[in-house]
Ligand binder design. Structure first.
Ligand code: G3P
Length: 217
């Protein structure tokens, strides 16, 4: 499973990139607003820090303006994935860009039917939002299972990018289903390292090693 970080915070992106475990970045208008940064300056900077796909989202909702924005974003760097909403206009733009070899991430997916349309439109990534479905008492992970099954049935190349991830369980359960990518807030990626038995075991090893009086270096 690939790990993308879902943030527009350049410091978090640089820190996670330094682990060698980061495969890409996703942003959205809300994350850009939270960062307080200039979108058209920030995205090229992120594209230089991370080699993998960097999702940059259009702001328009009408087809003509969205296509113009998408064309502009696509030119920023080779690793840009233009992010479009799962609407009729968004999928038309997706088809145009995909036909020309640009990666497209179709976002705001909440149903298997929507995911099927995005795959047919040639999306490189489909972003089903698990957390937001959980928030309204539906099971977001059921949607991941359905999309994985449908894409496997037809050998679609579109990658399932699990979005709106809120906790490590979302990641593990999606990985068990074979989802291709999880895009996670920085803190959720860092939570994956943690286990109380690791901390306890390490403390004991450190203490016992100290008692040997030895040194490796
Ligand atoms: O980038 C899209 C998605 O990951 C947003 O997550 O937590 O705002 O539902 P959230």
């Amino acid at each position: 499973m690939k790990f993308f970080v879902d943030t527009a915070d350049i410091n978090d992106i640089k820190d996670l990139e330094s682990t060698g475990l980061l495969d890409g970045v996703t942003t959205n208008p809300s994350l850009i607003a939270k960062s307080g940064q200039n979108f058209l300056e920030l995205i090229p900077e992120i594209c230089k820090v991370v080699k993998g796909p960097v999702s940059a989202e259009v702001a328009a909702t009408d087809y003509d303006t969205m296509q113009k924005e998408a064309d502009k974003l696509a030119k920023i760097a080779d690793n840009i994935a233009v992010k479009v909403p799962l609407t009729e206009a968004g999928l038309k733009v997706c088809k145009n860009l995909s036909d020309n070899g640009t990666m497209v991430n179709v976002t705001l997916c909440f149903s298997a039917g929507q995911a099927l349309l995005a795959a047919k439109a040639g999306a490189a990534f489909i972003s089903p939002f698990v957390g937001r479905l959980d928030d309204i008492c539906l099971d977001g992970l059921d949607l991941i299972a359905d999309i994985c099954t449908i894409y496997n049935n037809y050998d679609f190349k579109t990658e399932v990018l699990v979005a709106s991830v809120r906790n490590p369980v979302h990641i593990i359960e999606s990985a068990k289903m074979g989802a291709d990518v999880a895009t996670c807030p920085p803190n959720v990626i860092r939570q994956l390292y943690k286990h109380p038995l690791t901390d306890k075991g390490l403390a004991a090893f450190v203490e016992d090693w100290k008692n040997t009086g030895q040194s490796i270096l």
